[in-house]
Structures are given as structure tokens and as C-alpha cells.
Design a protein around this ligand. Structure first.
Ligand code: BES
Ligand code: MN
Ligand code: MN
Length: 466
């Protein structure tokens, strides 16, 4: 470790409490990107990140607006750079400052936007996904600036979006239209998990997705179910019939052609996954908590969640959902349905196959409209570059163990564009834990991992320079 690295680590260690306090302030802002009534909060979060990037010494710090005719009400991007490290490589740091909705609120032990420390964890919506992890980047940069006379060991660009949780259209537009302003040698993404506590992890693949709505209309207006039941179509029953024809009891998706182009993981990958410390029964009990796990027979849980497509229903708005009973045949109903995609599937083709399938299986008596809400490509990143070595060395210095290589079942739509549009290797170095409750009540960030993440990133920047 060089003197400069040691000084930055020392700075980070002696400012741990302040770093956490600042993160708490950011977590108090309910920057829920999908809810229009929170647009002001989303912008407020972006502005506070801008202010901090300026304060620590980044340059060209600004908000980039993403609203266009095709993309109304876009949330702003946060951009910053520092490009004075001469011949050193340029790292593009990515994160997102938007969060998922916090419902159901009554299942939170402490309120989602009142960050609270308990047992070494910081509980709040966005703690780990992704404000806490994005803040690790900012605090690593601050530590390097502060300990090294206002200089960084590498060139850095920072790009932080506020629409990741709604599909990332704004950032995709910017990367495609203005890729020249993002020239870099490697992208660093901290928005994934470690495979297990104390096990440094690089994520090398993500599933893609298509998020859709199916709207079913039957009668002209809501009807009395006694007077009309038996003669009038019920949109919820129609949706149930459609859904059960999309996926069978074994978890196999029945959409014609859906699996045709899938490229399976390599034998080497499958072998490496078998060697990971994974206990299916422990996973069922502690993470899932259902009486049994479901899914395709013949595939391990890791294959099912990382390398197989899936189809899920997220909610079915419509009808009567109040307390008590109301005998109504709703005129319309909606199902929010998404599919996770795996390498070689494309969102466009998957959506076309799905739409045709839904239209062909819709029962008599109803009209069906299938809408695409957002989508993202599946991705597998190459590990054949020197930055992987810098990352694993950095994490070895912090954790004292070898890095494992995994895939993730989730999606980060922009990673595909970093690889395809910017043509740069992407490192997904995340510090979440499997039980951090992403998107769920009681989301948390294990604070030890927040600090280890900051130290890993400091060391990574210093190693990349060498
Ligand atoms: N950080 C997650 C994605 C993730 C989680 C990847 C865990 C790997 C492991 C990200 O914020 C996320 O939730 N993405 C959404 C994207 C979608 C809305 C386009 C997802 O996966 O549902
Ligand atoms: Mn995320
Ligand atoms: Mn998320």
C-alpha cells in the first residue's frame, strides 16, 4: 500500500460517523422515482448529491435534464468529473439516487424515511439500493482528495441516475446520444450484492427484463354481480386464465419461442456456481420464508435465479379491494406482469412473443391491451481485463479472502449500454447482503460493509493507477 492509499484509508476511518450521518440525511429524502407526487423529492436528492460532489472537489458538477418529448417528466442525471491524472486510466462511477416505493408501511420496524441504526445495520428505503452504495463512491473520492492535496490517483467521471428503478430511459438516452462525453476505460457499478457475509463478490451477469401491463375490459361499466353474474365477462377471471396459460406449475413459460435463443451458462460457470457456499434450505427459510421453493425442475436455485428467464405478476389493480365485501363485476382490470430475460434474449423479441401470446389466449367476451412499461437487456460482462485484477486485489486487502464471481437475478438496464455503447469493461462490485431486504420492508445496509466498500473503492482507484 502506498503512502497516499494509507492516508486516504486513514481519512475514511476517522470520518466514519460523519459519512453515516450524511448518508442518513440523503436517506431522509423520499426520492421514489415511480410516484409522480415525489418528483420534487427526486430532484432534491439529485441536488444534494450535486452539492456534495462540488464540496469534495469534483469538477463540472451538474444536473443533466432527461425530459424529452418521448420521455416526459424525466428525472435528472447527476454528472461530475475530475480529469487531471494525466496518463492514468479513467473510471466511470455509476449509481442511482432513486428508490422503490416503501409500501407496505406497517411492516417497517422504523419508518422507511427515518434512517435508524440497529445491530450494526442502517435501516431505511434506499440504504443499500442504492444510496448507500452510491455514497461509498462519493466518500472514497472525498477521502482520496482530502488525503492527497486535492488530487485523485485516477481520472474519474461520476454519473448517477434517478430513474434506475423505473427502467433508466433517461440515462440510456444520454449514453447513446452523448457517449463522447463519457469517455472512460472502465465503469464501476456498486449496485449488487455480496454472495455471503464476508465474501467479496464481483457480479458478472444480470438478467434483463420487460415490465408490462395487461388491461382487460369487459362490460361498459361496473355491474351488480347478482343481476349480471353468469352472463357478463369478468376481467379478473379472464386475467387469471391468461396468466395460467403463460406459465405452468413447473415454472416453465409457455410463450411460443420464448426459450429458443437462450444461451446457457458455460460448463465452467456452472462448476463455479456449484462450488459456492449455498445452502438451499437456509435460503428457503431465511430469505424466502415460504413452505417450499418453486421453479423449474432440473435447474439449481442459482441457475433458476441467474440464468433462466421467469415471469411474475406484481399486482392486479382494479375491482374492489376495500375492507368488507362488495358484489361487483368490474368493467376492467389490470395485471402488472414482468419477465426476466437471460443472455441472447432481446426485450423487443420477448415482448412481441408475449404480446402475441396474450392476445391469442385471451378468453371470449373481453378486449385485451398489452403495454410495455420499460425494458432492459440481459448482460454478461467479460472478466478478461486488468481492472478485474485491481478489484479483486483491492477487496482481498480489505476482506482477506478471494473474490467469488457470481451473476445476479436483478436488472440494471444501463450496464448493457456501458458495454455496448461505450464499449468499456464494467465492474459490478457491490456490498449488499442477501438479507438486506432490497425493495422490501426493513431494507438495510450492514454498516461494516458500507465502510469496507469505501476502503475497497479507495484501494481500487489506487491500484488502477499503478
Ligand atoms: N440494484 C438492483 C438490481 C440488482 C439487485 C442486481 C440485486 C443484482 C442483485 C436495481 O436497483 C433494481 O432493483 N433494478 C430493477 C430494475 C428494473 C426496475 C428495470 C429490478 O431488477 O427490478
Ligand atoms: Mn439498485
Ligand atoms: Mn432496486
Amino acid at each position: 500500500m502506498t503512502e497516499n492509499t494509507a492516508a486516504a484509508i486513514e481519512f475514511a476511518r476517522s470520518h466514519r460517523d460523519r459519512f453515516v450521518d450524511e448518508l442518513k440525511a440523503l436517506l431522509r429524502i423520499p426520492s421514489i422515482s415511480t410516484l409522480p407526487e415525489h418528483a420534487g423529492d427526486v430532484r432534491h436528492a439529485a441536488e444534494s448529491v450535486v452539492a456534495e460532489l462540488r464540496r469534495i472537489g469534483m469538477e463540472n458538477v451538474r444536473l443533466i435534464e432527461t425530459t424529452t418529448a418521448e420521455h416526459p417528466n424525466g428525472h435528472p442525471l447527476v454528472y461530475a468529473d475530475w480529469l487531471h491524472a494525466d496518463s492514468a486510466p479513467t473510471v466511470l462511477c455509476y449509481g442511482h439516487y432513486d428508490v422503490q416505493p416503501a409500501e407496505p408501511l406497517d411492516e417497517w420496524t422504523t419508518p422507511p424515511f427515518e434512517p435508524t441504526e440497529r445491530n450494526g445495520n442502517l435501516y431505511a428505503r434506499g440504504a443499500v439500493d442504492d444510496k448507500g452504495q452510491m455514497w461509498m463512491h462519493v466518500k472514497a473520492l472525498e477521502s482520496l482528495f482530502a488525503a492527497n492535496g486535492g488530487k485523485l490517483p485516477v481520472n474519474v467521471r461520476v454519473l448517477i441516475e434517478g430513474e434506475e428503478e423505473v427502467g433508466g430511459e433517461g440515462i440510456a438516452w444520454f449514453v447513446r446520444a452523448h457517449g463522447d462525453q463519457l469517455r472512460a476505460d472502465v465503469a464501476l457499478v456498486s449496485d449488487t450484492e455480496m454472495f455471503a457475509p464476508d465474501l467479496p463478490t464481483l457480479c458478472v451477469g444480470l438478467r434483463g427484463m420487460i415490465y408490462t401491463e395487461v388491461e382487460v375490459r369487459g362490460a361498459r361499466t361496473d355491474l351488480h354481480s347478482g343481476m349480471y353474474g353468469g352472463a357478463a365477462p369478468n376481467p379478473f377471471v379472464a386475467l387469471a386464465q391468461i396468466i395460467t396459460k403463460l406459465k405452468d406449475e413447473n415454472g416453465r413459460i409457455l410463450i411460443p419461442g420464448f426459450y429458443d435463443k437462450i444461451s446457457p451458462p458455460t460448463q465452467d460457470e456452472l462448476k463455479a456456481w456449484k462450488a459456492l457456499p449455498f445452502d438451499e434450505e437456509h435460503y428457503r427459510q431465511t430469505e424466502v420464508g415460504s413452505p417450499e421453493l418453486t421453479g423449474e425442475p432440473g435447474y439449481s436455485v442459482l441457475e433458476r435465479t441467474w440464468a433462466r428467464p421467469t415471469l411474475d405478476v406484481h399486482g392486479m389493480p382494479g375491482g374492489f379491494i376495500g375492507a368488507g365485501a362488495k358484489t361487483v363485476i368490474p368493467a376492467k382490470a389490470i395485471a402488472k406482469i414482468s419477465m426476466r430475460l437471460v443472455p441472447n434474449q432481446t426485450p423487443a423479441e420477448a415482448f412481441a412473443q408475449y404480446k402475441a401470446s396474450v392476445e391469442s389466449i385471451a378468453p371470449r367476451g373481453v378486449e385485451v391491451v398489452v403495454r410495455l412499461i420499460h425494458s432492459g437487456d440481459p448482460i454478461v460482462v467479460s472478466t478478461d481485463n486488468p481492472y478485474v485484477k485491481s478489484a479483486t486485489t483491492a477487496m482481498h486487502e480489505v476482506f482477506g479472502t478471494e473474490t467469488v464471481f457470481v451473476r445476479g437475478g436483478g436488472s440494471i438496464p444501463i450496464v448493457g449500454d456501458f458495454v455496448r455503447e461505450l464499449k468499456i469493461p464494467t465492474l459490478m462490485m457491490g456490498f449488499g447482503l442477501p438479507d438486506d431486504n432490497l425493495h422490501a420492508p426493513n431494507e438495510k445496509f450492514h454498516l461494516a460493509n458500507f465502510h469496507r466498500g469505501i476502503e475497497s473503492i479507495i484501494r481500487f482507484f489506487c491500484l488502477v493507477q499503478a
